[in-house]
Design a binder for this molecule. Structure first.
Ligand code: GCU
Length: 345
């Protein structure tokens, strides 16, 4: 049944990772800004005194990049278990700079053995059409961009990659268990981050929907027309041409998740989040499975039907769950992804 549903969509066939990333950047997100010419950081130790009952190191880190001869800095927040060994870690692209945060349970994650490196997306550049501030201000003269210049999602993804530059300098992190995550618009960002940077060993998107995890052809809820009207600044200007023209696109969202292969992908949906469209999020997992299989890995292992609340597919390298409730980054989402990670890493 799932294969037939996909067949009817006539999705563009998979290409090489490089080709898919080229199309996605040129037509949808804009090209990610270049890697910095230089990068450095300054750390404030014990940012939260005695955090996690004294069992975690807590730091605020100011990450400074030099791009086109100009300087751009933003803060990240770091929690690392104190116990011996190299720790798996999450780079979390967050809506707020709180530690812990209502959707980012740093303390529980520490108790499970994970380090957490988070940053607030708006500390990179604002979530609106103003391209004169933060990273955008450093990249563009007077806020003017070209058709294929980075939109805001590409800039937030670039920032997550700078946090990864910093993470690589830490001896107590395990680089083979490096996970990037985000919710909603930041779930779209997490997938783009992992797709364009092979240092991440898992990309985890929560409720990311339109222009994130969900296939656009035949999608219900939010459409490209709507997202381009309301949030044009998330994307490059080229994306506007596909409003009401999904079927003409030389790509679809399966290119984004497939660009993470053979590394792990985890897509989480919520039953009441019809705006994001859980069915089309799961169909992406089904579609990309052939890419994993061609690489000798297991893709999504599931029953041959659309998802229902309570489903949890953790067998393959492509993980998926549908929980009950609404659009939200919940403890249940975290607990399920941790379960998937413990199975695979
Ligand atoms: C809006 C938008 C979604 C987005 C969400 C969010 O609902 O339409 O595409 O995922 O905001 O980021 O919270």
């Amino acid at each position: 049944m799932l294969k037939e549903l996909l067949k009817e969509k006539n999705l563009p066939p998979f290409l090489s990772r490089e080709e898919m990333l080229e199309i996605l950047q040129r037509e949808e997100y804009g090209y990610l800004p270049p890697k910095p010419e230089r990068i450095s950081w300054t750390e404030t130790e014990q940012f939260i005194p005695n955090f996690c009952a004294g069992r975690a190191i807590s730091k605020k880190v100011e990450i400074t990049s030099c791009i086109n001869g100009k300087t751009f800095a933003f803060p990240a927040y770091v929690t690392i278990p104190k116990k011996e060994g190299k720790h798996p870690f999450f780079i979390c692209i967050n809506f707020r700079d709180n530690v812990p945060d209502r959707c980012l349970p740093s303390e529980e994650l520490n108790d499970y053995g994970f380090a957490v490196l988070s940053f607030c997306y708006q500390d990179v550049t604002t979530d609106n059409g103003d391209f004169t501030n933060g990273l955008a201000g450093v990249l563009y003269e007077n806020g003017k961009r070209e058709e294929t210049s980075a939109g805001k999602i590409a800039m937030w993804a670039w920032a997550a990659q700078r946090v990864m530059d910093y993470a690589q300098s830490l001896d107590n992190l395990d680089q083979s268990r490096a996970f990037v995550c985000g919710h909603s618009r930041l779930g779209k960002t997490a997938l783009l981050t992992a797709a364009t940077d092979e240092r991440f060993t898992l990309g985890f998107s929560n409720d990311s929907g339109c222009s994130g995890a969900a296939i656009s052809r035949g999608k219900v809820g939010e459409s490209i027309d709507f997202i381009c009207e309301k949030f044009p600044f998330w994307f490059c200007e080229n994306y506007q041409q596909y409003r009401k023209r999904e079927t003409d696109m030389p790509f679809d969202q399966h290119y984004l998740a497939a660009s993470i292969a053979p590394r792990a992908v985890y897509i989480a949906s919520a039953e009441e989040d019809t705006w994001a469209d859980p069915n089309h999020e799961m169909l992406t997992c089904v579609a990309i499975s052939e890419v994993y299989e061609a690489m000798g890995k297991k893709g999504l292992i599931c029953e041959d039907r659309l998802p229902k609340a309570g489903d949890e597919f953790h067998e393959g390298c492509v993980g998926y769950h549908l929980r009950s409730g609404c659009h939200y980054f919940s403890r249940e989402d975290w607990l399920k992804v941790i379960k998937f990670i413990h199975k695979h890493f």
